[in-house]
Design a binder for this molecule. Structure first.
Ligand SMILES: [Zn+2]
Length: 411
């Protein structure tokens, strides 16, 4: 594999408030070999960045790559032969925005992960949980009040974000099956949701015994549980039961945020999805009651950022976009930047996300031995987070595992 030397690169990775002094970054065999002010090119091809920004590839910790439709009930009925190529397009577009890694929190299966690893189409590195676990009537139950069809217990459609399980034995079996099928962590639905028909936001998903059981199953497999949660009561309950990754967290109190921090948990806010569900949801077939729920959840979200920051709770980057709204994936940077320092917003998609993925030192950093996932940005995102938006238009170079995904000639 070719080797490259990025010269005169100013690193922005979220660890400092200003871009670094110009350095050279040597890439060989898909990994970063060395980062230094004085590097000899040797046989490597030199790419002079002339002081441009070099960032680690971005990481989004809350996506649904199979969600080609905003109406998740309909999405769950898509034939796999349609859902799979649509997922490939969604992932290709994520990579074009500079997201070289994503964590799918419901839907993507091991077949998609292997397709990405085989390089069948351009895509971010994909971390999966298989199907999210939901109780009957919970956030992944899309049957509605008039539909009493029995829920399937295996052979789930690719477009289904979740599966239904009930009881301690039921959730244990479901978690074990997902782990057997390649899940790298377990996702559960522990509160009602905006996108589902019969569960108001404040509904609590699963009993404490079920929560403790699923956390034990994940820990037995050396991994962790991620929970969909909105309300303070919902968040506190899952934190007390040992859940590690707290998705959304729109109505978290400072006491609960402090408890979560003490337990070493991570929050993954997803504010952009509520903004877009409210402005675009109806036109995309999202039911009216779901749009109203999204508006309510949106109102709590901005305040939660300050609450969690004050408590010192680590926040990773997440988006949770569905259907045609995926194109807004990078706008979460700008939304968070209204409340948080740009450095912290960038760290959420680099070092913090890498820690959540347990890939510290390999992803989200520009250092020796890290994967050569790199993006060149025209301008300084620490001053202007919107440089990360626009479908990658301010990113002349995107590299993944030492290969160019995008390479525009630099003047
Ligand atoms: Zn989600």
């Amino acid at each position: 594999m070719s080797s490259y030397l990025f010269a005169n690169a100013r690193i922005v990775d979220g660890t400092t408030p200003e871009p670094g002094e110009p350095v050279s970054v040597l890439v060989e065999d898909g990994v970063i070999r060395e980062v230094s002010a004085s590097l000899k090119a040797g046989s490597a091809e030199v790419i002079d960045l002339k002081g441009r920004t070099l960032m680690p590839g971005l990481i989004d910790c809350h996506v649904h790559v199979v969600a080609s439709l905003a109406n998740l009930g309909e999405n769950a009925r898509l034939p796999d032969s349609l859902a799979a190529p649509r997922a490939a397009i969604i992932m290709r577009d994520m990579l074009a925005r500079g997201f070289t890694t994503v964590r799918d929190v419901g839907g993507a299966d091991v077949g998609l992960k292997h397709a990405v690893e085989e390089g069948l189409f351009p895509a971010p590195r994909l971390f999966i949980c298989g199907k999210a676990l939901s109780q009957s009537g919970g956030h992944a139950d899309f049957r509605g009040q008039y539909d009493d069809t029995p829920v399937p217990t295996n052979r789930f459609r690719l477009g289904a974000l979740g599966r239904i399980c009930d009881g301690v034995d039921g959730i244990r079996r479901a978690a074990r099956e997902e782990i057997k099928n390649g899940a790298e962590f377990i996702k559960i639905m522990a509160n009602g949701g905006a996108a589902s028909p019969t569960d108001p936001i404040h509904f609590l998903g699963f009993s404490r015994d079920e929560l403790l059981a699923v956390v034990e199953e994940a820990q037995n497999a050396g991994t962790y549980v991620s929970a969909h949660v909105y309300t303070d009561e919902g968040i506190r309950r899952v934190v007390e039961c040992g859940v590690h990754s707290l998705e959304h967290c729109n109505f978290i109190s400072s006491e609960t945020a402090t408890l979560a921090k003490e337990n070493g948990a991570y929050a993954v806010p997803t504010l952009v999805t509520y903004e877009k569900l409210v402005s675009e949801g109806a036109s995309l077939g999202f039911p009216a009651e779901s749009v109203a729920k999204a508006d309510y959840v949106r109102s709590g979200g901005m305040k939660s950022l300050e609450t969690m920051r004050n408590a010192g709770l680590a926040m990773a980057y997440g988006t949770d976009l569905l259907g045609n709204m995926h194109r807004h994936q990078s706008e979460e940077f700008v939304i968070r930047g209204r409340v948080l320092p740009a450095q912290e917003v960038i760290a959420s998609a680099t070092s913090v996300a890498a820690r959540l993925l347990r890939m510290e030192g390999k992803l989200g950093t520009i250092a020796a031995d890290a994967f050569a996932d790199l993006i060149v940005v025209d301008g300084n995102p620490l001053e202007e987070l919107s440089l990360l938006t626009g479908q990658g238009k301010h990113m002349p170079v995107i590299m993944q595992a030492g290969r160019f995904v995008k390479r525009v000639a630099l003047d």
